[in-house]
Write a new protein. Sequence first.
Length: 832
Amino acid sequence: MEAIITIIVLAILAVPVVLLVWIKVSTSNSIRDVGFKVNNLSYKIDQLRDDIVTKKVDDLVVEEEIDQRVERMLDIVPEEKEEKQEDKPEAIEQIEEVREELIDTAFPAEQSETRESSESVEEELDAVRPEKYAAFAAASPQEAKPVTLPKPPKKKRDLEKFVGENLLNKIGIGVLVLGIAYFVKYAIDNNWIGEVGRVAIGLLSGGLLSFIAHKIRKSYKAFSSVLVGGAMAVFYYTISIAFHDYHLFSQPLAFGLMVGVTAFSVLLSISYDKKELAILALVGAFSTPLMLSTGEGNYKILFTYITIVNVGMLVLAYFRKWNLVNILSLSFTILLYGSWFMVKVVNGVAPVPYRGALIFAGIFYLVFFFMHIVNNLKERTTFKHYEFGLLLGTTALFYTVGMSVFHLSGNAQYQGLFTVLLGVFNLLFAYPLYKRNNVDRSLIFLLMGMVLTFVSLAAPVQLSGNHITMFWVSEMVLLLWLGQKSGLKLVKSGAIILMVLMGISLVMDWGQIYFAYPSLKLPVIVNKGFITTAFAVLGLILFSRLLNREEEGATILGMPVPGLRSGVKMLAGALIYIMGMLEISYQVQLHLGKESLTVLSGLLWTLAFVAGLIVYAQKLQSRLLQQVLVITSLVTVMVYPVFNFLEQNVRNEVLYGQLNSFSVVVNYLNAGLVILLAVWFIRKVKQWYGFDSANYKAAVWIMSLFGIMIFSMQLNHQTIMLFYDAQLENMSFINKQTVKIGYPILWGLSSFGLMLIGMRKKQRVFRIISLSLFALVLFKLFLFDIQGASEAGKIVAFILLGVLLLVISFMYQKLKNLILEDHPDQIKNMES
């Protein structure tokens, strides 16, 4: 009974074979005859053209000769000719009629498949026809008229043709497979067919479909590829059922059979040039492990098989650019490997296969790395954005897996080495491509970008703290040098990016070193914070020197090199300032523990830094930097009096014994530097604007005012430091007497000094300020200070001020001609 049922099934399957073979034979003969006739027609037309051009026969003879020869060749009864157009050569009319007659006779309208061949014949005649028309027109004794053939209208998509020729065959093969499956299932349910017979029917069905597809592959390529796809599906699931349900095959044998089916499918996809076959083969290949799984969980066999499949897809990618196949292959691999990795490695129990996970991840990465680029390199085509995305995504996934394996296995010390090796791999692959001129430069830039990324990541991965910053400083300088040597702008851009990362890392180092662990006592200067910052400054200086080698007009990351160089210098200067500020503030606070002295020490460093910048600007002769420093000096002088209360605190802490006497020197140094800044400010304004300008006069007035204020504050500190008695607690009394007696004396001496400067420099503004200050002193002395002042103070103040006023008046009389030589009217008034 089983044999009879099997024969019936095979007979049913043989019916479509016979029909298709018969169609193929009949249509092939027709196509062969048509091809033969078309070739003869083309040959005869060429002969006629040569005869006409050579002999220059008249139109009537040419027409009759064409009629006779063409009709003899085709053995066709000529139909009644239409009336010829006056403006068209008769030879051309004759050829068009013959062509239409040939097509109508050879290809009936009801044969759709043959109509496709007729369209190809028509296209061939259209391609030949213009040259022939030109020859006939040249041979005509009438005036030759140019023949312009209208462009054929663009063919619209024929829905009927799509459904009839494309959609129906796919539906048909699906229905046929379902019909066979239902019949076999019915036979199985009724025990008509045994297990061996069932498998045999499946394999024979697949083989029969493959045979049919092979026979009709030339005439019906699309239909043939659909049959092949159905055959492969039948093979896959037949082998799966034979292994799982019937146990007719061992696992290695079933495994080998499916590998063979997959390889055969890949070869057919290349042969048929059909992406659908490759996708079908891929789906079947990745379904095989699920269909042949025994539950033992042998990952080595599984991933070895997946590697074989992916290598097959790599070979396919070399011959065909089917990115969808690559994406599906990558997706299936990620799905299978990722599921296993999460279960067995991340959440697995001992022994966890860390080594195997890393090895197979590396193999998959290599396969897909080349799969994404091999066809573009072979065909020398440019890469699309999504192709770069695939490459970056694959690399990122492999890096994530590798870092996870090292972390979970307790070997985190190798993470930095793994990162560097991944960068080296991309470098080794990018270097030979860089030497080739026919490679898309975008790929090289991408690979070099990954090299820079992984090498830069190695620092924070492997190192800790300030070592990361120092590594990035070194790499920053090295990349700029390499970029200049190689000419790769990407490498130079990487250097700029690393500079930004270096700055961020340095700020983090400052927080960790100087602020996060206050109990950690750092040595002076020789500590991580100071050395790391100094190393960064040195790197920026070298970076700026390298930028001097750039060509004029060059840019890096869209920034002009001159501006970039100035920015690097400014950054280096800022780091020098911050380096000193952090170190001084930290050490003062650590060893003395006084906030006021800490702030004043920072102020001293700020003033010294500004003074150093002034010297540098003078040497550099930078007008812009000097202008910035002029404004800085003005602001510094005007803000300095605000710090007077801190100087009072330091002075009092010294008097109370909380600080050593040397600490008060900070006050004197600050005041001295501020006065120097004020003098430099006046000199620069005079140099730029002249001493007769309003700017210069305003600068002298402002600096004189704040100078008197600063000297007055320092007088307070000095008198208290000299006369303070802890037992008497006379600080308030000393301060009061200083204001009443000391200020008039100080201001009088200052006024005298300003008068000397004004007379000596012949600058009236100083003399006016001196006289104004004398008036202020007299006003203050007689209205406020005379009451409550000590007798000794009154005597000293009045005598000194009187002497000063007399001396100044004498100087005016003695030097009036020298002082007022530019103002004769004033001299005359003074004499009268």
